[in-house]
Design a protein around this ligand. Structure first.
Ligand code: ME8
Length: 534
C-alpha cells in the first residue's frame, strides 16, 4: 500500500514533573522504529506529546502555588519539548491535551458515544489512585504495609488509593467484555509481548465494570459539553489524543480526510503500566464509536536502576541530560536500543553505559572508521582506491552485509530494536575481523600488492558505507559524520535518502572518492571524572 502512512505513537506523559529516562526510553525506541521505516522509504507519522489534565497534575501545580495552566506551560517549554532535542527525536507532531484541537475532538467523540447510548449518569463510590489516575475495584484494594501502613493500596500497581463518592457519567464498558475477548483471539498480534497479552486477557476474563468518564469535584480538565458541572476523566480524554492529533472531530473537511487516511494507528508504544488502558478501555471506546481499532499495542518493560523501577518518587529518576551530557545523544540512543530487550525489564548502570560506549562505539565502530580513513590517507593520498578481484574473504563480507540487513529489517517488524542493532553489529565485528586478518599495513609494504591493498580498503569503506545507512536510525549524528568522511554525500547523495534495502548493494562508493579523517566519532571519556555525583 504505497500511500499508507506508518503511524506510531508514544504515551502522552504527565506534566507533573520533569522527564526521566523512562520517558526518554519509550520515546527513543519509537524514534528508532520510525526512523528505520523512513529509511525504508515509507511514509511515517510519529506522534508524541503530553497529558496535562487530571488530579495528579492539578495537585502538583497547587503544591507549587501555581495555576495549573501556568504550571504545564512552563514545564512543557522548559522540559518536555527540549527533551526531544536532547535525545534527537524526529517526531512529526507533539500534542498537548490543553490544545483546542484535542478539546474539540474529545467533546465530539463523547457526544457521539452519548448519542449511541453508550453513556449514562450515575454515582461512583469506590477507590481512586491519583498517582495512576485510575479507578480501582474493591477486589484490587489491599491494606498497605511498611511505608504504606495505614493506607489502602492498589494491588494493580502498589499505588495509594483514596475513597471517593462522586456524581459521574459512565461508559458501558461492561458491554464489551465478550467483544474484546473475541477481538484478542482474532487478532493475536494486537497486544505484545505475550506477557502483556496474557495479563490483559486474564483481566478482561474476570469481568469488566462500567467506567466513570467524568469527574465533578474539581475542574482541571475538558468540560463535558452536555453538563457544565462535569469534566472528563483524564484517561478517557488522554487516549483520544491518538485520534485528535490526526484530525478527528475537527469541523474542517481536510482534517476529516486526514483522519480517514491516517487512522488506525499501526503501533501504540507504551510501558507495561498502562497496557490495560490501551488494550481494554481504548479499543472498547473505539468499538462503541464504530471506529477502527489500532493494529498493535506494544508494552515494554521497566528501566531498573539499582534493581528498582526508576521513578521520581523513589528519587532514582535520572534525567536524559545526565547521560547525554557525558556520552552524547547517539550513544544514549545506541545504549537503550542495544542493551535492553524491548518488552522486558532491564537494569542500567553508569558503568555499563561506559563499558559499552568504549568497547562497542569507541573501539568497535569509531576505531574502524578512523583506521580506514587513516590508511586511505597514508597509502592512497586520501583517495579511495579501486577494488581488484574479490577473494572468499571479501565475498564473506558482502554476504554478511546482505543477511545482517535482512535480519535487522525483520527485527524492526517484530519491534525488537535490540535484535536489529545486534544484527547490524555483526557487520562491525566482521569488518574489524577482516581488517585484522588481512593486515593491510603488511600488504602495504609490498609494492606488487597495491591492487590487493586497494581491495581491502575499498571493501572496508563499502562496509562502512552500509553501516552508516543501517545505523542512521539509531545514531543520526555520528552516521552523518561518517557519511561525510567517506565522501559519500557527493558520490552518492544525502544519507537520509539512502534506502535500507539498498544498503547491501556493493560498489556504490566509486574509486577516486576523497576519504577524509573526521574527528573521532566516539572520543574516549574519563568516566571517573564524568559520573554525576561521583
Ligand atoms: O501514564 N521504565 O503518563 P506517565 C520504562 N499520561 N518506562 C517508563 C518508566 C520506567 N521506569 N517510567 C515511565 C501516563 N516510563 C499517562 C499516559 S497515554 C494516552 C497517557 C514511561 O507520565 C512508560 O512509557 O506516567 C510509561 O508507560 C510512561 O512513561 C508513563 O508515563
Amino acid at each position: 500500500m504505497a500511500d499508507r502512512t506508518f503511524y506510531v505513537t508514544t504515551p502522552i506523559y504527565y506534566v507533573n514533573d520533569a522527564p526521566h529516562i523512562g520517558h526518554g526510553y519509550t520515546t527513543t525506541m519509537g524514534d528508532v522504529l520510525t526512523r528505520w521505516h523512513r529509511q525504508r522509504g515509507e511514509s511515517v507519522f510519529y506522534l508524541t506529546g503530553v497529558d496535562e489534565h487530571g488530579q495528579k497534575v492539578l495537585r502538583k501545580a497547587e503544591a507549587n502555588g501555581v495555576d495549573p495552566q501556568e504550571w504545564v506551560d512552563g514545564l512543557v517549554e522548559r522540559e518536555w519539548k527540549p527533551m526531544l532535542a536532547t535525545i534527537d527525536v524526529a517526531n512529526d507532531d507533539f500534542i498537548r491535551t490543553t490544545e483546542s484541537r484535542h478539546e474539540v475532538g474529545t467533546q465530539a467523540f463523547w457526544e457521539r458515544l452519548r448519542d449511541r447510548d453508550a453513556v449514562y449518569k450515575g454515582e461512583f463510590s469506590g477507590y481512586y489512585s491519583v498517582s495512576s489516575e485510575e479507578f480501582v475495584g474493591d477486589d484490587d484494594v489491599v491494606d498497605g504495609e511498611g511505608d504504606d501502613e495505614g493506607f489502602k493500596i492498589s494491588s494493580l500497581d502498589g499505588s495509594r488509593v483514596e475513597h471517593m463518592t462522586e456524581s459521574n457519567y459512565f461508559f458501558r464498558l461492561s458491554d464489551y467484555q465478550q467483544q474484546l475477548l473475541d477481538f484478542y483471539e482474532a487478532n493475536p498480534d494486537f497486544i505484545a509481548p505475550a506477557s502483556a497479552r496474557n495479563e490483559v486477557i486474564s483481566f478482561v476474563s474476570r469481568g469488566l465494570t462500567d467506567l466513570s468518564i467524568s469527574r465533578s469535584t474539581f475542574d482541571w480538565g475538558i468540560r463535558v459539553p452536555w453538563d457544565d458541572d462535569h469534566i472528563f476523566y483524564v484517561w478517557i480524554e488522554a487516549l483520544l489524543n491518538y485520534v485528535t492529533a490526526v484530525g478527528y472531530g475537527s469541523a474542517d473537511s481536510g482534517d476529516s480526510e486526514r483522519f480517514e487516511r491516517m487512522w488506525p494507528a499501526d503501533v501504540h508504544i507504551v510501558g507495561k503500566d498502562i497496557v490495560r488502558f490501551h488494550a481494554i478501555i481504548w479499543p472498547a471506546m473505539l468499538m462503541a464509536a464504530g471506529l477502527p481499532v489500532p493494529h498493535r499495542v506494544f508494552a515494554h518493560g521497566w528501566i531498573l536502576v539499582g534493581g528498582q523501577k526508576m521513578s521520581k518518587s523513589k528519587a532514582n529518576g535520572i534525567h536524559p541530560n545526565q547521560i547525554v551530557e557525558t556520552f552524547g545523544s547517539d550513544a544514549y540512543r545506541y545504549y537503550f536500543s542495544r542493551a535492553l530487550t524491548f518488552g522486558n525489564d532491564g537494569s542500567i548502570s553508569w558503568e555499563d553505559i561506559g563499558a559499552r560506549y568504549h568497547a562497542e562505539l569507541a573501539n568497535g565502530l569509531g576505531n574502524l572508521a578512523s583506521r580506514v580513513a587513516a590508511m586511505v590517507g597514508k597509502y592512497f593520498d586520501g583517495v579511495l582506491p579501486a577494488a581488484g578481484p574479490s577473494t572468499p574473504a571479501e565475498d564473506a563480507i558482502i554476504e554478511l552485509v546482505a543477511t545482517a540487513t535482512a535480519d535487522a529489517d525483520a527485527a524492526i517488524d517484530a519491534i525488537a530494536p535490540q535484535d536489529a542493532v545486534a544484527a547490524v553489529w555483526r557487520i562491525v565485528d566482521a569488518l574489524n575481523g577482516y581488517v585484522t586478518e588481512q593486515q593491510p599495513w603488511q600488504v602495504a609494504k609490498d609494492e606488487s600488492q597495491r591492487e590487493r591493498l586497494g581491495t581491502i580498503l575499498a571493501t572496508t569503506a563499502e562496509g562502512l558505507r552500509a553501516l552508516a545507512v543501517l545505523l542512521h536510525p539509531v545514531m543520526p549524528k555520528a552516521t552523518v559524520v561518517l557519511w561525510e568522511s567517506l565522501g559519500a554525500v557527493d558520490a552518492i547523495g544525502p544519507l537520509a535518502d539512502q534506502r535500507i534495502a539498498d544498503a547491501p548493494r556493493w560498489g556504490q562508493l566509486p574509486a577516486g572518492t576523497p576519504i577524509t579523517k573526521s574527528p573521532a566519532l566516539f572520543p574516549r571519556i574519563d568516566l571517573d571524572v564524568a559520573e554525576p555525583g561521583a
